[in-house]
Design a protein around this ligand. Structure first.
Ligand code: NAP
Length: 257
């Protein structure tokens, strides 16, 4: 509650664009924002998955197909999102991909794809919404980092480089767009079972080793990002910018893996 009894986390009437919302963590965060009252625009490349997600969210959601690595598609989608309700208050950059391979064997196309989606795609989306937010008096951009925004891990050079980049992009844009009253923060999730890392989670020995490194004694689960995304999208975080919020059960509080 605020000083005057208002709910600081209420997003009623706000418009949130969420990339990577055709599944996984992006869709989970989109649902959390919708439950907090926001109108939600779901973005991704797979039309069928987006339609299913939209049907789940109901009336208050819209779906737009766009590849975040294509600047023209991003600009077109952002314009369509703005036209839907006349504004964009929140952008969550959850589109992401990875490549787990020994670095000396990593195909350059895989390196480029990871950097293009995770880092350049985040930049394209952020810079397409920023003028919309500036013209309406402000907004909230929430990027998605990783524990690899802070910790290196073997066989993840491209992913870690992209997520370290997302952390510095977040801080730089926070500095640059603060005068426009745009807060730029990042959520850095720990390990959650999604399509992205399904193969890893199928290995019980890996899950056991991972769990032993997590202070709270378990990987991330459904609902674990809800509080963080609603906080960073809402009035409650108006004086928070350039921050990387680790939601990792304490993984990065410990020794590097
Ligand atoms: N799962 C974890 O443990 C974990 C931990 C830390 C950070 N993260 C980050 O969380 C974010 C979501 O990952 P996730 O685990 O939810 O994986 P996921 O289930 O594989 O979801 C990835 C999402 O990104 C979208 N996407 C991929 N390439 C795209 C492109 N070129 N253009 C537009 N959308 C694209 C996918 O949609 P389409 O296929 O429909 O395009 C999908 O919706 C990523 O940034 C990831 O790095 C995940």
């Amino acid at each position: 509650m605020g000083e005057h009894g208002e709910n600081l986390f209420d997003l009623t009437g706000r418009v949130a664009v969420v990339t990577g919302a055709s599944g996984g963590l992006g869709l989970a965060m989109a649902k959390a924002l919708r439950r907090a009252g926001a109108w939600v625009v779901l973005m991704g490349r797979r039309e069928d998955a987006l339609s299913r997600a939209r049907a789940e969210l109901g009336e208050g959601a819209q779906a737009l197909v766009a590849d975040v690595t294509d600047d023209a598609q991003v600009r077109e989608a952002v314009e369509a999102a703005r036209a839907w309700r006349g504004r964009i208050d929140v952008l969550v950059n959850a589109a992401g991909t990875h490549a787990i391979r020994p670095s000396h064997e990593l195909d350059i196309q895989d390196w480029k794809q990871v950097i293009d989606v995770n880092l350049t795609g985040t930049f394209f989306c952020a810079r397409a919404v920023a003028p919309v937010m500036r013209d309406q008096g402000g907004g909230k951009i929430i990027n998605v980092g990783s524990v690899m925004s802070a910790h290196g891990l073997p066989r993840r050079a491209a992913y870690a480089a992209s997520k370290g980049g997302v952390a510095m992009l977040t801080r730089s844009l926070a500095q640059e767009w603060g005068p426009w009253r745009i807060n730029v923060n990042a959520i850095a999730p720990g390990f959650f079972r999604t399509r992205l890392n399904e193969t890893l989670f199928q290995d019980p020995a890996w899950v056991e080793r991972l769990t032993a490194r997590i202070a709270l004694g378990r990987p991330g689960a459904a609902g674990d990002l809800d509080g963080a995304v609603v906080f960073l999208a809402s009035r409650a975080s108006d004086y928070v910018t350039g921050h990387i919020l680790y939601v990792d059960g304490g993984f990065t509080a410990g020794e590097p893996w």
